[in-house]
Design a protein around this ligand. Structure first.
Ligand code: SAH
Length: 257
């Protein structure tokens, strides 16, 4: 197949979990792969699209582990391609957003292995869909910032809070659940009002999806009490407050504060 020759690698965006949110190209590549290296966040429904006989290798990393794990993944992918496999590296969301794609692209290119990216629906888009809300809002949220609040084990979260505390932006915080306290206190200290609307979305697009509305000063409490074990995104900014009062009347049980 010209799209996917033996000995090549595709970094494929698996989207937020619901297999219906895969691109048609991603579905085709998954069905043509001879081996799939996948993350912890890739859902069962997506993996079920692999054909019988495709080797599925779970290479999920948990936060806090040393970056050696990434090197191991790079080596596995390259070795499989050099053995003539059709390799899919399946990553949650979009591979080019907080997905360590650069390391894998470099490893393939250094080894002379052809590698391409198939984009996916990123968590922020899925979360907005789950909320039935827009991430941008004419005149109120002219900017969308995607930021990761993941700090390496033992390190403090070192972000440019002044730049992030922008009242005209929507801030989508990936890997932000554990850092909810820091996010809230640092943004408030940098000047963002405590009443800034916040939405928390867990397991966006999956049957287990949950979402909550709160405000920036109450975010630590909401993150502690309202969320389960699933991946969650924090969305912060005035666009998240649009029509919230109307929503409250419809779904009071979803209100966290
Ligand atoms: N490449 C991925 C992001 C990987 S970082 C993407 O483009 O979406 C992992 C973080 O993404 C999680 O900690 C969480 O913040 C977010 N995330 C991934 N899937 C999610 C989902 N279904 N619902 C909510 N957040 C999700």
């Amino acid at each position: 197949m010209t799209e996917f020759p033996e000995g090549s690698v595709w970094l494929v965006g698996a989207g937020p979990g619901d297999p219906d949110l895969l691109t048609r190209k991603a579905e085709r590549l998954i069905a043509s792969a001879s081996v799939i290296f996948h993350d912890a966040l890739v859902g069962e429904g997506v993996l079920a699209l692999a054909r019988a006989g495709t080797r599925l290798v779970h290479v999920g990393k948990r936060s806090g582990r040393h970056s050696k794990a990434q090197e191991t993944i790079d080596e596995l992918i390259v070795a499989a391609a050099l053995e003539g496999e059709r390799v899919v590296r399946l990553k949650g969301g979009d591979p080019a957003i907080f997905g360590r794609a650069t390391e894998e692209l470099d490893a393939c290119r250094d080894a002379g292995v052809p590698v391409q990216i198939c984009p996916g629906v990123t968590a922020a888009s899925a979360a907005a869909a789950s909320l039935g809300a827009s991430l941008t809002l004419r005149g109120l949220a002219r900017k969308l910032t995607l930021v990761t609040a993941h700090a390496r084990a033992g390190e403090v979260l070192d972000l440019d809070w002044k730049a992030l505390a922008d009242p005209d932006a929507t801030l989508a915080v990936y890997m932000g659940k554990a850092a909810a306290n820091d996010v809230s206190s640092n943004l408030i200290a940098a000047g963002l009002p405590g009443e800034t609307p916040v939405a928390l979305v867990e397991n966006a697009s999956l049957p287990t999806e949950r979402h909550f509305h709160t405000r920036l000063d109450l975010l630590p409490l909401a993150a502690r009490t309202a969320l389960g074990d699933g991946p969650a995104l924090l969305l912060i900014g005035r666009a998240m407050g649009h029509r919230q009062r109307a929503r409250a009347e419809i779904a009071p049980e979803e209100q966290c504060a």
